[in-house]
Design a protein around this ligand. Structure first.
Ligand SMILES: *Cc1c(COP(=O)(O)O)cnc(C)c1O
Length: 222
């Protein structure tokens, strides 16, 4: 592995202009984030509420912070004042809570709906049926302080490239279905967050618009 700068440069070479890079800085110290920041990176992803809030406090205010991990409803309030995108909305109840806290903070919070595409029961996410039920509900239509910006998913952790590719294709087709059924005139529903260090090249080939890359930039985590 090179320095953070060298790694970032390598990763950026692989990412086309229409794909957003989220630099996943979880467990990494602030000086590592600042190194990436100095090299132009402004979008960072974290998966723990406390760590995210601490880093937001300590680091430059023009950073866009993405919450990429599983989020409990009772912790939304700690990130609602500043979070720029919540990737992993996997329950209607969580969405209502985000709306409520966004309203208190006088803002609109962008979210992605997380889908279960992997062949592992440990990963969180909605099924297509659950998402349709949510999006068709009266209550959903009344939410004014969230903006559903797209979908997110994680592929199975496997060497089987075909399986990973198929799972990404599933997420792309879910995105297309939701787009045409519910968001055809909503320009802001546009993102497919899929792809991590091990599989982002496949994800991009299968239509990803947002990749979440940690270890290929910052090195392995403990
Ligand atoms: C940690 C994490 C990533 C980044 O993983 P790497 O393999 O280090 O690139 C991406 N997405 C989520 C949801 C994560 O928790």
């Amino acid at each position: 592995m090179g320095t953070i700068e060298e790694n970032l440069q390598e990763v950026r070479k692989e990412i086309p202009a229409h794909v957003t890079l989220v630099a996943v800085s979880k467990t990494k110290p602030n000086d590592a984030i600042l190194e990436a920041y100095e090299f132009g990176e402004r979008i960072f992803g974290e998966n723990r509420v406390q760590e995210l809030a601490d880093k937001w406090e300590a680091l430059p205010k023009d950073i866009e912070w993405h919450m990429i991990g599983h989020l409990q409803s009772n912790k939304v309030k700690y990130i609602a004042p500043f979070v720029s995108l919540i990737h992993a909305v996997d329950k209607d109840k969580l969405l209502y809570e985000i709306d409520k806290e966004a309203k208190k903070n006088n803002r609109v919070i962008r979210v992605l709906l997380q889908f279960h595409i992997a062949d592992e029961d440990t990963k969180f996410g909605l099924s297509l049926d659950e998402a349709e039920e949510l999006l068709e509900s009266e209550r959903f239509r009344e939410l004014k302080n969230i903006e559903v910006a797209g979908v997110m998913g994680m592929a199975t952790f496997t060497e089987d490239e075909n399986q990973v590719r198929k799972e990404f294709q599933t997420l792309k087709s879910i995105f297309d279905k939701l787009k045409s059924a519910y968001f055809s005139s909503t320009a802001s529903f546009k993102d497919i967050s899929m792809g991590m260090s091990g599989d982002y090249r496949i994800a991009i080939e299968e239509g990803s618009t947002m990749v979440r890359i940690g270890s290929s930039i910052f090195g392995t985590r403990n």
